[in-house]
Structure formats: structure tokens, C-alpha cells
Design a protein around this ligand. Structure first.
Ligand code: PLP
Length: 524
């Protein structure tokens, strides 16, 4: 077993190596080296750069100037590059295979978007540049805003939120400002269904609201009777995801909006699943007052470890006056950002970020929209739904769909009823997928479905790719039913890291590397 320099095993379960019948001498494996932490690579006494000594200068920091080492490893460029490339080879990426995470929409990121986002006129600009020198970039923001408003049928959009959760915060702050302006600041409750993504109740609580759950019907939708019973003069808003996190369209969504408005509350729609309906349904027509759009889900863009996201929020007529600055206006003088909370922006609730948001994401999303066109975006939604239904249909004889009745939208949801008596759990099954070459689906979410397995193939997978995926899952399902428990219990057997003790990792996370003496010297 290889140990790192603080005496911990570099692999959680080195014993599994033996089970495979062959162990390398060094801990390396098939051209992959056993990778230590960058701090453990032993670069303390050297540095990767060769700079002349700094000329002593007067410091405005008085006695606060640092005079000890900053504690960064001093690797050469090839050592640093190899470290990160070796780490990346141990990881999964959408560019390696399909990424079936439900709710997260991991679709292919077209290279065209990346190329356009790197054009110097869009990438080498600074947010503090005079606006007259970045007219093209501001025009792009204006055009993106136009597409988002058109696709959603909503009159206003705040582009600046930097993620879906940040968009939720923006939407709820606009709702709070609207209530306060109308003398309804006493409305302190937000309703959200039991199946809601965790960010919904978290956002509401962060805004100072009390969250009350709305029950769900047996077929996975909002329980209208329960909603009606819980609405009242104390409710500021409801937060409903559509299509919801069970992958189902809320077929009573118009009635949900009507009941909400009749009670004087606003309808916040979590639009993370907009990719299932884009080009087919305009949320504005359904009675939505505010909705974030995860540009990094619906309109591509690398996300997760791959880069930042963006969560623009479309707003209804009632909420538009409270939209945060900045936004783009266009007149004879060209394009301009409204930055100050005065004039047309007098009621703006504030701003969501220091500047205007994630420019690189705007470019990628706009490139994605233009390259698909209106008809292409509609087909995105249709193909995403078709692919999910294909997966559901091909697995339903072996695995148990959580909602067998009728088609699903963009994601196929299974529960663990079919695993009963096999000794295999959802976690075991998901980990065994890694051995078969596939990233696991989303597990144990939504919480309303026991042992949930949520699969979102997205529109970018071909039938051949889906078949490869489904065939592997079918083999695993048959193995589980045949009682091959050992295959599952310690899975993954073939990954660089074995099964972690996830409870321990969550309860006692080791977030900080602690140097062992001697203290680092280099890289001052
Ligand atoms: C992804 C997601 C969010 C949060 O979006 P982030 O961009 O990750 O902050 C919220 N709700 C649902 C349903 C999601 O899938």
C-alpha cells in the first residue's frame, strides 16, 4: 500500500488491488502513475520561474508586509502541467462519454462556442472599459437578452446572476421588493414542493422566508388541494420546477399560477429544466412571474469542474420594475448599460454582482442559440425528451420506473423497488457503473423517490451511444438479480480510487493540507 508523506494511504482500499490478481510494484497502473498531492511532489526547494530579485520598494502596508514563504510548491512548468493532466486522466468528462446526471443537464459543448468565446474582441476586454469601446460585447448581451425574453415570453431579464442558485436569489429578491413596495412585507412564507431541488428552500431561507412544503400526488406532481390549503395572505411566493425534478411536466401549471396569483403571491419557476421545453412552451404564457435559466444547462457551456455558469432571470411585467441593475438599453448613442438605481431603474432592488455577469457564458449561449436557430432549439427539447423516453422504455422491464404511467420529459427516474431482496443498493449499482465505463446517474434525488436513480441523457447522445449505455445497465441489472452481490459491494474495482467512506468524508472532511516539518521554503 502506498502512503503519502503524512502517513495516509493514497488509496482508500488498496486491498482491492489483490482481488484483481495483479499489483504493480510502484502503485502505477497502465501508464497512469499514482498521483500524490501537488504539495507532496517535493518542490519546496525549487521554483518554476526565474525572476530577478525584487527591488526593495516602499510599502504602503506598513508593518503588514509578508516576509515568510507563502507555502506554494515550487514546481517547474512540466511538473505542474503533468500533475494536472495526470489528475484529469483519472476523472470523467463530457468529452469522454455521456454524463447521465439527472437535473444537471450535462450536454456536449460545441467547439464553435468555445472558438467564438475566445475571440479577442469578446475575451480580452475589461468590465471597466469605456462602454464606447465595447459596443459589440454590449450588443451581444442585448441580443442574448432578446432571445431569452422571446423564448420565455417574458418582458424583462436580469442577465447578471452567475448560477441557477444565484438566479433564484435574484428572483426572490425581486419578489420581496415588489411585496415591500406594495405594503405586503408581512408575507414571510415561501411554498415549495417536497421534490424541490435543495437550492429552492435554501434560497428562500437565505432571503428570510419560512419554507413550507407542498405535498406531491401519487403521480409525481404538485398536489393542488394541498397547495390551495397552504396559500394565504402570509405567502410571498411559490417555487415550482417545471418540468419537475421527477422529470414530469406539471400539467396543472396554469391552475397553479391562477391559485397563486389569486392569493396575492408570485410564481417563481425553477427553470433548470428549460431544456425539456425550450421552443415548445413559453413560461410567460403559463403565468410564471420569475424564472432562472441555467445557461450552462440549457444552452451548453462546460460546467461543474469545467467552468462557471450563468443564471439569467426572466421577470414578468409585475416584477420587471424591481430588476437588478445593470441592463442594456439602446438608443441613438448606441448600446449602454443602465448602472444607477435612478430614473427607469429607481425601483431596482440593487445588483447581483460587481459587474455585468459571465460574459464568456453569454457568448457561448448566444452562439448555441444562433447555430441551432429557433427550429433547432425546439428540436433540442424534442430530442432530449425522446432520448429520455428511449432509456426509460429500454430499462423498464428490468428496473422499476418511479412513475410508470405515461411518458417522461427529459429525464428517466427509477426507484429501487426492483433491487429489493438482491442485497444491492442504489449506491452499489451506481458505483458498479463506473467499472463498466459509465459515470453514475444522479442518486437518491429527488428525495421523494426511494433510492432514486435519475438519468438524463440529453439530446446530444446518439442512439448508438444510448444503446451502449443501456446495454451496460441491463447487464448490471441482470447481475444484481442473479445475486452477484460481490460485484457491487466493493465497486468500483477498476477506478483509480476505490469506494470511499462517504459518511466519514462528509462528517470529517479533510479540507486543508497540513505541512509536516520542515516548513516550506521555496516559492517566496
Ligand atoms: C442545477 C439546478 C439548480 C441550481 O443551479 P446551479 O447553476 O447549479 O446553481 C436549481 N434547481 C434545479 C432543479 C437544478 O437542476
Amino acid at each position: 500500500m502506498s502512503m503519502n508523506n503524512v502517513g495516509r494511504p493514497t488509496r482508500p482500499e488498496a486491498a482491492n488491488e489483490e482481488a484483481e490478481g495483479f499489483t504493480s510494484l510502484s502503485g502505477g497502473r497502465g501508464l497512469l502513475q499514482d498521483e500524490p498531492l501537488i504539495f507532496e511532489l517535493g518542490g519546496w526547494k525549487k521554483t518554476g520561474v526565474d525572476l530577478p530579485d525584487a527591488v526593495p520598494a516602499d510599502s504602503a502596508l506598513a508593518g503588514l508586509t509578508r516576509d515568510d514563504a507563502i507555502g506554494l510548491p515550487g514546481l517547474s512548468e512540466p511538473e505542474a502541467v503533468r500533475h494536472y493532466v495526470r489528475l484529469s486522466q483519472k476523472n470523467h468528462a463530457i468529452d469522454l462519454a455521456l454524463y447521465p446526471l439527472g437535473s444537471c443537464t450535462m450536454k456536449h459543448n460545441p467547439r464553435l462556442n468555445e472558438k467564438v468565446a475566445r475571440l479577442p474582441g469578446l475575451s480580452d476586454i475589461h468590465p471597466l472599459q469605456p462602454q464606447s469601446t465595447v459596443q459589440g460585447a454590449i450588443e451581444l448581451m442585448d441580443r442574448l437578452a432578446h432571445w431569452l425574453k422571446t423564448l420565455t415570453g417574458m418582458p424583462a431579464v436580469a442577465l447578471s446572476p452567475k448560477a441557477g442558485a444565484h438566479g433564484e436569489l435574484c428572483g426572490l429578491l425581486a419578489i420581496r421588493a415588489a411585496h415591500e413596495a406594495a405594503g405586503n412585507g408581512h408575507r414571510k412564507t415561501v411554498l415549495a414542493p417536497t421534490s424541490a431541488h435543495g437550492t429552492n428552500p435554501a434560497t428562500a431561507a437565505f432571503c428570510g422566508y419560512t419554507v413550507v412544503e407542498i405535498a406531491q400526488t401519487d403521480d409525481g406532481r404538485v398536489d393542488l388541494a394541498d397547495l390551495e390549503a397552504k396559500l394565504g395572505d402570509h405567502v410571498a411566493a411559490i417555487m415550482v420546477t417545471n418540468p419537475n425534478t421527477c422529470g414530469l411536466f406539471e400539467r396543472d401549471v396554469v391552475e397553479i399560477a391562477r391559485l397563486t396569483h389569486a392569493a396575492g403571491a408570485y410564481f417563481y419557476c425553477d427553470g433548470a429544466n428549460f431544456n425539456a421545453i425550450v421552443g415548445r412552451v413559453r413560461p410567460g404564457d403559463l403565468g410564471v412571474d420569475a424564472m432562472h435559466i441555467n445557461l450552462h444547462k440549457t444552452f451548453s457551456t462546460p460546467h461543474g469542474g469545467g467552468g462557471p455558469g450563468a443564471g439569467p432571470v426572466v421577470l414578468s411585467e409585475a416584477l420587471a420594475p424591481f430588476a437588478p441593475t445593470p441592463w442594456v438599453v439602446h438608443d441613438d448613442g448606441g448600446y449602454r448599460l443602465v448602472e444607477e438605481a435612478e430614473g427607469v431603474a429607481a425601483q431596482a432592488f440593487g445588483r447581483m454582482s460587481a459587474f455585468h455577469g459571465q460574459m464568456g457564458m453569454y457568448v457561448r449561449a448566444y452562439a448555441y442559440m444562433l447555430s441551432h436557430g429557433a427550429d433547432g432549439l425546439r428540436q433540442v427539447a424534442e430530442d432530449a425528451v425522446l432520448n429520455a423516453n428511449y432509456v426509460k422504455a429500454r430499462l423498464s422491464d428490468l428496473m422499476s420506473p418511479a412513475f410508470p404511467e405515461g411518458p417522461c420529459m427529459h429525464e428517466a427516474l427509477f426507484d429501487d423497488a426492483w433491487l429489493e431482496g438482491t442485497g444491492v443498493t442504489t449506491l452499489d449499482f451506481a458505483k458498479a457503473m463506473i467499472d463498466e465505463g459509465f459515470h453514475p446517474m444522479t442518486m437518491y434525488f429527488p428525495l421523494v423517490v426511494h433510492g432514486a436513480m435519475l438519468i438524463e441523457p440529453t439530446e446530444t447522445e446518439s442512439k448508438a451511444e444510448l444503446d451502449r449505455f443501456v446495454d451496460a445497465l441491463r447487464l448490471l441489472a441482470q447481475a444484481a438479480e442473479a445475486g452477484e452481490v460481490a460485484r457491487f459491494k466493493n465497486a468500483p474495482h477498476l477506478a483509480p480510487l476505490k469506494r470511499l467512506d462517504e459518511t466519514l468524508a462528509a462528517r470529517k472532511p479533510k479540507l486543508k493540507w497540513k505541512p509536516v516539518a520542515p516548513a516550506p521554503l521555496a516559492a517566496e
